[in-house]
Design a binder for this molecule. Structure first.
Ligand SMILES: N[C@@H](CCC(=O)N[C@@H](CS)C(=O)NCC(=O)O)C(=O)O
Length: 187
């Protein structure tokens, strides 16, 4: 492949699995900053969803959707073993992550775009607006300690992994981690 693949992405984001696959395949690629303030302007002309990773293949064709890109690479380069193993389960896993996890996390991660806007018109004719631009848990909108504890307990209750009392003990240990002599009790 003479011309490198162009990836619109940025280190430590959704472009990483594609970069990893291209590195394994020894294929040259150019990484274009896709998470700057201009990210949507940059990806917009190529990808209707304006998301990263967006790829431009050596022939100029645009390719998006992480799972599709990885499958495409595995099929184009069978010697790479990218799709080696139980093909049915590999494809299932890729689509599972993209369809169920990635899309849901994307909505939480970008509330300014996908949600977090509400307008209410009251019976006396006023229109009230509310908006959230930074999702709960992001650096600009962090969870307080009680909120973290509450979330942990709710996840424990949902998964059934521990009882609420065991959860309380774990929380206590984590908050006192600095004075712990050993981490054995956490595992
Ligand atoms: N369906 C896409 C999802 C890509 C995606 O959600 N990318 C995130 C960054 S990791 C993004 O660009 N989100 C910006 C937005 O949705 O506004 C895929 O599987 O590749």
């Amino acid at each position: 492949m003479d011309k490198p693949i162009t990836i619109y992405g940025v280190p430590a984001t959704g472009s990483v699995p594609i970069e990893a696959a291209l590195t394994l395949l020894d294929l040259p690629y150019a990484l274009v900053e896709g998470e700057s303030d201009r990210r949507y302007d940059v990806t917009g002309p190529l990808n209707p969803l304006r998301q990263i990773p967006t790829l431009v293949l050596p022939g100029g064709e645009v390719m998006t959707e992480s799972a599709a890109i990885l499958i495409h690479l595995g099929l184009e380069f069978p010697a790479s073993d990218l799709l080696a193993g139980n093909r049915a389960q590999i494809l299932r896993g890729l689509v599972y992550i993209a369809a169920n996890c990635y899309s849901a996390i994307g909505i939480i991660d970008y509330p300014q775009r996908w949600l977090g806007r509400v307008s209410v018109t009251t019976t006396d004719g006023r229109t009230l607006h509310g908006a959230i631009d930074e999702p709960k848990g992001d650096p600009g909108n962090t969870l307080s300690r009680p909120e973290l504890e509450d979330k942990f307990q709710r996840l424990l209750a949902f998964s059934g992994a521990r009882t609420a009392e065991q959860g309380r003990v774990l929380i206590e240990r984590v908050w006192n981690l600095r004075s712990a002599q050993s981490l054995a009790d956490l595992i």
